[in-house]
Design a protein around this ligand. Structure first.
Ligand code: C2E
Ligand code: MG
Ligand code: MG
Ligand code: MG
Length: 281
């Protein structure tokens, strides 16, 4: 775009590009340091069974407690980490910390013995040969059972990456479950999922929140089709009682959302009272 508009424009363009690259390099260095300095934290969002309202497990969500910046949400730094191999290091830290924490809760509380742990793994990392070993190493180090671990991936991973699909299948062969995150925001059809190594479908919160005409029917249809293929369905971003009631009527399996609980720091997780959200119907 800078071409053909004389030197002035080209220089401005170069400068903007240079500034952007510098900012990105600085952010990368800061993320690397943050991992070493213990500035990364995990919050845990409760996942509930729709029919019984019981707690079934947690999704681990990363936050960066960055000095001078407050609590930085993942969308502000995951994309930068994904542009490099840094995301692999970050995912490994999450896997190790989350399985260690869940193993600790299981040891402390018999009621926590069956609770699942869902961890988000970047598509970039999933395409790497080492991802299966990274997951298995975290399980071995923590003693957390593979059968309770859920790896969450976005649907784009399934569409354009045979290596990633092989890795998902390998994880599954070790007992780990696979969930498709943000379902409905990409271009995957449920029919495609039938032949994929997938156990769970998470309906994106944009479908849950929207009151658009026909949306409720769409969600009901997704749930029914997913069940036909033997998939478990999770609704994300449930914020209102009405939404929960519709999902219950549509036989959705599991729910997450601010209505039930925000993601909680580890120290606050025990304050979530299981069974306090009895069915409203
Ligand atoms: P996600 O995996 O789809 O996670 C759900 C996001 O929705 C989380 O945002 C969660 O805090 C938020 N959420 C949950 N309930 C509600 C609700 O009722 N209403 C609304 N408006 N939002 C709700 P968060 O924690 O900011 O994470 C954003 C995304 O960053 C995640 O989307 C995931 O793609 C990515 N991410 C988070 N943690 C990790 C991680 O440890 N590793 C990797 N690779 N990605 C991560
Ligand atoms: Mg997720
Ligand atoms: Mg999601
Ligand atoms: Mg997401």
């Amino acid at each position: 775009r800078a071409k053909g508009h004389g030197r002035g424009r080209a220089e401005v363009f170069d400068e903007a590009l240079r500034a952007e690259l510098t900012a990105r390099a600085e952010l990368e260095a800061a993320i690397t340091a943050a991992l070493r300095n213990g500035e990364m934290q995990l919050h845990y969002q409760p996942v509930l069974d729709v029919a019984t309202s019981r707690l079934t497990g947690y999704e681990a969500l990363i936050r960066w407690n960055r000095p001078g910046h407050g609590m930085v949400p993942p969308d502000s730094f995951i994309p930068t980490a994904e542009a490099t191999r840094l995301i692999c290091e970050l995912d490994r830290w999450v896997l190790n910390e989350a399985t260690r924490q869940l193993a600790e809760w299981r040891a402390e509380d018999p009621a926590a013995a069956d609770r699942t742990l869902a961890v988000n793994i970047s598509g970039r990392h999933l395409a790497e040969a080492g991802v299966v070993d990274d997951v298995l190493a975290a399980l071995a180090a923590s003693g957390f059972p593979a059968e309770l671990l859920i790896v969450e991936v976005t649907e784009t991973v399934l569409v354009d990456d045979p290596a990633a699909i092989d890795n998902l299948a390998a994880l599954r062969a070790h007992g780990v479950s696979i969930a498709i995150d943000d379902f409905g925001t990409g271009f995957t059809s449920i029919g495609q999922l039938r032949s994929m190594p997938v156990d769970t479908l998470k309906i994106d919160r944009s479908f849950i929140a929207s009151a658009e005409a026909g949306n409720r029917e769409l969600v009901a249809l997704i749930i029914r089709a997913a069940h036909t293929f033997g998939l478990t369905v999770v609704a994300e971003g449930v914020e209102e009682v009405d939404q929960l009631e519709l999902l219950r009527a549509d036989a959705c399996d599991l729910v997450q959302g601010y209505l039930l609980s925000r993601p909680l720091p580890a120290a606050a997780v025990s304050s979530f009272r299981d069974g306090a959200h009895a069915p409203v119907v």
